[in-house]
Design a protein around this ligand. Sequence first.
Ligand SMILES: Cc1ncc(COP(=O)(O)O)c(C=O)c1O
Length: 387
Amino acid sequence: MDYQISKVVKGLAPSGIRAFFDLVLGMKDVISLGVGEPDFMTPWHVREEAIHSLEKGYTSYTSNKGMPELRKTITQFLHKRYGLNYNFDDEVLITVGVSEGLDLVMRALINPGDKVLIHQPCYVSYAPTVQLAGGTPVLIDTNASTDFKLTPQALEKACVKGCKILMLNYPCNPTGASYSKKELNALAQVIKKKDLIVVSDEVYDELTYDFDHTPLATLPGMRDRVVYMNGFSKAYAMTGFRIAWASGPAEIIAAMTKIHQYTMLCASITGQIAAIEALKHGQKPVQDMKREYNRRRRFVVEGLNELGLTCHMPQGAFYVFPSIQKTGMSSMDFAQNLLHEQKVALVPGIAFGTNAEGFVRISYASSYENLKEALERIAKFVKRDEA
Ligand SMILES: Cc1ncc(COP(=O)(O)O)c(C=O)c1O
C-alpha cells in the first residue's frame, strides 16, 4: 500500500547520531562517550519528592501551562539568578523537555517559507524542527578559528531577506562554545539591526566554566525579542523527567500554549513536582556535578591535544570537539574504525553539520576512569599507523 508519507517528513535527513548508535547496539565492553546525557543519577532528594508525590496520589493532568507553583518557582529563580523578570501567569510555559519547546516555538512563529538562521555545527534537532514547521533553515558556518562561536559579522552576512528567527544555542552542543557578555552585546546589535526574533536554547547554562553565563534576554532591548528556553535535563541530571520551560513575550507564549494544549495537554505532574524540588533545593548537587565535569573537561582536552588531536577548550556543556584531520580519515570512518578496533564510541562531526567534517564529538559525561581508559584506547588507535 502506498501510505503517501508527508513529503516534508520524507525529505528529512535521518539523524546521524542514531545511525551511528545502531552500530554500537549489541557490542560488548564499549566505552560510550557518545550520548548527550549526564552520567549522574538525579539527586536523591528530587527522586524522593517524585516518589512521595505518587504515594500521595498526584497522578492527574495539570494546567496546560504547567503547575502554577512550578512556574512561580521558575520566575523567582530567574529573578534571583539573573535579574530576569517574567510573569509566571502568561510569560512561562512548562514543556516536555526543551525538545517540545523548540517544536512549539517554531510552529508558533513560522509562516510558510520564513527563514531561520542556525549556526552549525549544532544540535541535530534544530533544522528538522524548522522544516517540520514549514520554515527554511539558513545555516551559518562557525569554525575552529573562532572556537566555533557565531560572530556578528557572520550573522549579518548570513541574514538574507526573509530571515525572521535566529536559533541560538550556548553553551553549544556539540562544540561547547559560549559567549561573554561583551560578545553577546555585539551579537545583540546585529539582532536589533536585522529585527530578528531569537530562540535562545540555554539548556546548558549552569555548565559554564570560565565565566558567568549571561542570558541573552537580560541585555538591553532583547527581552521582547527573545524566547528563553531552559530545562532540567542537563544541569539537574533529569533527562527522563522530561521537564523544561519557555519564557518570553506573552503573545508568543500564548501561541505556543495553544499548540501545546491540543497536542501535549501538559507535561507529567510527577516530573513537574520533581522539578519544583530540584529548583528550590538542588543548587548544591548542581555545583558538585559541575565541579566534576570541569575536572574531566581539562583532563580530556589536555589528553587529546597531547595526541595531536587539536582541541580548543570548550567553555560549557559536557562535550569536547577535537579535530581528527591529522589522521586523514573522515569523521565517520574515524568513529567506525575506533569503535571496531578499540571499542570507544563517539559521534562523527558530520552528524552536526556539513562543515563539521574533520571533527568528532566526545562527551565527558562519563566517569573519570572511563575517560582515562578511553584516552588510552584512542592513543593506541591514533598511534597505530605511526609505529
Ligand atoms: C542543545 C540542546 N537543546 C535541547 C536538548 C533537548 O533537551 P530536553 O531533554 O530538555 O528535551 C538537547 C539534548 O541533548 C541539547 O543538547
